[in-house]
Design a protein around this ligand. Structure first.
Ligand code: C2E
Ligand code: MG
Ligand code: MG
Ligand code: MG
Length: 282
């Protein structure tokens, strides 16, 4: 039968292709099941100020799979994005993040913590994305001022006008908007000026070699100057050493995230990192 249908159909029987297709299908089915079986959890990575005090966290998604083990986001988010499963998954992340903000708001030691949540392109481009975020905030009672959304440049370029409209509504509600992985995309400065952002997040690829690579040091300095002249805050990601932090601080960076301050951790371990004086106030 394959022969009768012509040579081109041969590719459907390519065993290597078949393996890729069925591995993807298995992953999709697993992801779907993982969501209903509550195998997903958020880890929290500290964000600190110039004194090293924890001001908040970035929520990072983890998948605890019974046989695959702890699966990193890069191994399932692209598949979830392709299958559309990122929509219920992303909605779950938002609900979970809001629930965490509410739990923190009940203790003086944690009440001021901000929480940054990553948003995927497909999630952001849903027509009702703003309503989803507002709904999660209202249903939970979390404060919009403590929620920050991390968007990437590429995501915004897909439909600039619609993106700006959505961002404006979110910003007007008091929600912070951080441009993640900043410097790796293609945004022009003219366009950047039009975005209602609150923060630029310097990509970790520039931080990694900042002490030895003069290009990276120059790019970082430029981003910090840009942020300050546009009235935005800036945070450096991937800070692993005190030398990197000091260098960034000398260039005017006031906020930091990276293994130096703590890896992404389950909430109890994250809370254990809070300064004793921060907890003493509780
Ligand atoms: P990202 O938003 O840029 O997150 C930062 C990544 O850098 C995290 O990887 C974090 O664990 C890692 N990292 C933090 N500090 C350091 C450091 O000092 N050194 C090094 N080498 N790495 C550091 P992770 O958790 O594997 O997440 C990878 C990406 O997956 C994230 O990049 C984000 O784009 C995506 N992601 C994570 N959670 C979510 C989510 O809930 N929704 C969506 N849509 N994407 C998510
Ligand atoms: Mg991020
Ligand atoms: Mg990032
Ligand atoms: Mg990154």
């Amino acid at each position: 039968q394959a022969k009768a249908a012509g040579r081109n159909t041969m590719c459907f029987f390519d065993p290597a292709m078949q393996t890729v297709v069925s591995a993807r299908a298995a992953l999709d089915a697993d992801l779907r099941q993982g969501l209903s079986l509550q195998q997903f959890m958020l880890h929290y990575q500290p964000q600190v100020d110039s004194q090293g005090r924890i001001t908040g966290a970035e929520a990072l998604l983890r998948w605890q799979h019974p046989s695959r083990g702890m699966v990193a986001p890069m191994q399932f988010i692209p598949a979830a994005e392709a299958s559309g499963l990122i929509l219920p998954l992303g909605a779950w992340v938002l609900e979970q993040a809001c629930a965490q903000l509410v739990a923190w708001s009940r203790q003086p030691a944690t009440a001021a913590l901000e929480l940054a949540v990553n948003v995927s392109p497909r999630q952001f481009h849903q027509a009702d994305f703003v309503q989803q975020v507002m709904g999660a905030l209202i249903r939970s009672g979390a404060s919009p001022r403590l929620l920050k959304l991390e968007l990437t440049e590429g995501l915004l370029l897909d439909d600039v006008e619609a993106s700006i409209a959505k961002m404006s509504l979110l910003a007007a509600a008091g929600i912070g908007i951080s441009l993640d992985d900043f410097g790796t995309g293609y945004s022009s400065l003219a366009y950047l000026k039009r975005l209602p952002l609150s923060q630029l997040k310097i990509d970790r690829s520039f931080v990694r070699d900042i002490l030895h690579n003069t290009d990276d040091a120059a790019i970082t300095k430029t981003i910090l100057t840009l942020a300050s002249s546009m009235g935005l805050s800036a945070i450096a990601e991937g800070v692993e050493s005190a030398e990197q932090q000091n260098y960034l601080a000398r260039q005017g960076c006031l906020a930091f995230q990276g293994y130096l301050f703590g890896p992404p951790l389950p909430v109890a371990q994250f809370e254990a990192l809070l300064q004793p004086e921060q907890l003493a106030r509780a």
